[in-house]
Write a protein that binds this ligand. Structure first.
Ligand code: PLP
Length: 398
């Protein structure tokens, strides 16, 4: 195969790239438009931009901590299988992590285990919504309300996914979006925190005023990254970055310190342009997601992840579980050029850097098994029907 598919990256159109360069030359700032678009789509009153999604999550959790400074609540419940950045954000906000194991059939928090948690010191629970698949957010919302805690709806991977017509990121008290590489809307980096909670909005607005801009050098690096992303995401060019190990593409490492800085305004027009065609981007991903879903019905060697009722996934990737780690290794080593990839290599319960920040149950067997067996298939607009058919055949031969 001459082509090499990326696991997740969304293509940036030539017109968007050219428009972005023009906007930089004319020093046009689209941050306000970007915020209005995000708030409009999610139906939120307040929105704040940060240099990264994890920066947004850290600032939001720091605001939650400040709100609770008069009591002894300092724990945040997070699913044991989610992005490591979520754990870094909790730690950087000065809070403790209480893990909840997941239901391997849905990748949502295991409801039975969740209901057994001691909520007396909990301030918030964070959803995961991995790969654009909505968690059971109505259940989490109800539980959070009953327990008097906040729900933070992490839509970093699920922008434009919906439950009963309601957008992800808008459940509970506050939401997070990411504009990082490989997301549905990307400006290489960037994140948003949105909320309808007046007190949180006020605290966040004060925090945002104090943020430092990224240094000129860092902005230059981000500029170069956008240019590389634009030219090298194409399947005929992606082989090069994918085979150069120093790019660190696809690697997941735990980051101890989360930088909370201003979103570089020069990136805003790129994100705005994609936001304006978010439905088109999502449609192409969901078409591919449903194609895999249908074709893999009869495959007995894999386990599909269930889509919850009433949900409209955004399918940032198509996740499934294979039999074991060995089978996965063979698949990844043999067919990487099809964009078949693993995901987070460990559950949060197995990441040593997090251990000292955990409270409550530390064993999360379902999340540990999922970490060993999960495989994701690409759904982005560079994926062709012939690619999907080949991937489906590869999985049939397992
Ligand atoms: C579920 C989830 N939450 C938060 C983040 C953090 O976003 P960012 O990469 O923009 O810092 C990510 C990043 O991929 C994520 O997948």
């Amino acid at each position: 195969m001459m082509r090499h598919l990326s696991p997740t990256g969304s293509p940036i159109k030539f017109s968007e790239f050219a428009g972005w360069l023009t906007n930089i030359a004319t020093r046009r700032n689209h941050t306000e438009v970007l915020l209005q678009l995000a708030k409009g789509v999610l139906g939120m009153d307040a929105g704040f931009l940060f240099s990264t999604g994890r920066g947004a999550m850290t600032a939001l959790l720091a605001a939650v901590k400040l709100q609770n400074s008069g009591n002894d609540r300092d724990e945040v419940i997070i699913p044991a299988y989610t992005c490591y950045s979520v754990a870094s954000s909790v730690i950087n906000a000065g809070l403790k992590i209480r893990l909840c194991d997941i239901d391997p059939r849905t990748l949502s928090c295991d409801e039975r285990q969740l209901r057994q948690i001691d909520f007396s010191r909990v301030v918030a629970i964070v959803s995961a919504n991995l790969y654009g698949l909505p968690n059971d957010l109505p259940m989490l919302e109800k539980l959070a309300k009953n327990e008097g805690i906040l729900l933070i709806d992490d839509a970093a991977q699920s922008l434009n996914a919906k439950i009963d017509g309601r957008y992800l990121g808008s459940f509970g008290d506050a939401g997070i979006l990411s504009l990082d590489k490989g997301k549905n809307v990307t400006s290489i980096q960037g994140g948003l925190a949105v909320t309808n909670h007046p007190a949180l909005a006020e605290l966040l607005s004060k925090e945002v005023e104090k943020l430092d801009p990224l240094s000129f050098k860092r902005q230059l690096i981000e500029f170069v990254k956008v240019v590389i992303y634009y030219f090298f995401l194409n399947p005929y060019a992606y082989k090069l970055p994918a085979n150069i190990s120093f790019t660190g593409l696809g690697e997941t490492r735990f980051e101890t310190d989360v930088e909370v800085s201003q979103y570089p305004a020069f990136l805003s027009s790129l994100a705005t342009a994609q936001f304006n065609r978010i439905d088109q981007i999502t449609q192409s991903r969901t078409r591919h997601g449903f194609y895999y879903d249908e074709a893999l019905q009869s495959n007995q060697s894999i386990t599909k992840i269930d889509r919850l009722a009433q949900t409209e996934p955004a399918y940032l990737r198509y996740p499934l579980l294979v039999h074991d780690e060995n089978q996965r290794r063979e698949l990844l080593e043999g067919f990487r050029e099809y964009g078949i990839s693993a995901s987070y290599p460990k559950s949060l319960s197995s990441v040593s850097e997090i251990a000292g920040h955990l409270v409550g149950e530390r064993r999360c067997p379902a999340a540990e098994t999922v970490a060993q067996q999960i495989v994701t298939l690409p759904t982005h607009a560079y994926v062709r029907e012939t690619d999907m058919n080949r991937i489906i055949d590869i999985l049939a031969e397992l």
